[in-house]
Design a protein around this ligand. Sequence first.
Ligand code: F6R
Length: 246
Amino acid sequence: MRIYCEKDYNAMSRRAAAVIAAQVVSKPDCVLGLATGSTPIGAYKQLIEWNKQGDLSFAEVRSVNLDEYYGLAPDHDQSYRYFMQTNLFDHVDIAVENTNVPSGLAADPAAECARYEQVVADLGYADLQLLGLGRNGHIGFNEPCADFPAATHLVDLTQSTIEANARFFASADDVPKQALTMGIGTIMKARKILVVASGADKADAVWKAFSGPITPEVPASILQLHPDVTLVGDESALAKLMEDKA
Ligand code: F6R
C-alpha cells in the first residue's frame, strides 16, 4: 500500500488527481471507477484544469460510479448523476454515453442492481476505483453490517450517514433512506484502488480501515486485502494512522 500524506486539502486533491491522470495517460481507454461526496471535488477540479489545458483527455475513458440514491431522478440536484455531470463530466471531453451511474428511478431496484453489476462486469471492472471514506468506515454505500455484500445491491442508509448527508438537503427528512451501491466484491475487483480522505473527522475511520481488524463493521477494512491500494490524505485525516505507523 502506498500512502501520500499531504499538508492540506488542496495538496491532497492535486496528488489524487495526479494518480487518476497517471491511470488515464497510461491507458487512455481505461475504466475509471468514480465517487461523489465532498472529498473528491478538488481532484475533479484539477482534472478539469488539465483537460482544459490540453494535457489530459477523457475522450476514450469509460466510467462507472459507485452509487446512487434510490428515488432521486438524474436531474435532481442531489442525485449522484447530477453531481458527476456538474463536478466533472460537463467540463471534460468524456462522452456521456461512456459514463455509468446506477438509476435511482428504477421501478425494480433488484433488477437495476443486477443490470448495473453486469455493466461493470462487461467493462471488465474498474482499472482504478476512487473511494471516499465514510466516518463510519463505509465505502460506496456499504454500511457497517454483519457481512461484506458482494455485488451491487439496495441498502438502507444508516442514521449516521443520513445525518452526515443532511447538510445537502433542506432537512434530514429529505435525505433518501436507501441507495443502490456497488458491493464490496465489485469494488475489490478493481485492479487499483485510490482512497481519498480529508479532515480530522476522518482520522478515526482511516485508522480503523488500515490499522484495525478486517471486519464488515468497518467496510473499508477489507481494502487491507487488496493488492494495489493508494491512500491519499491530508495531515489531519492521516494523523492517527501515521502516529500508529511511526
Ligand atoms: C460517494 C460515496 C461515499 C462517500 C463517503 C465520503 O459516492 O460512495 O462512500 O465517498 O460518504 O463522503 P465525503 O467525501 O462527502 O466525506
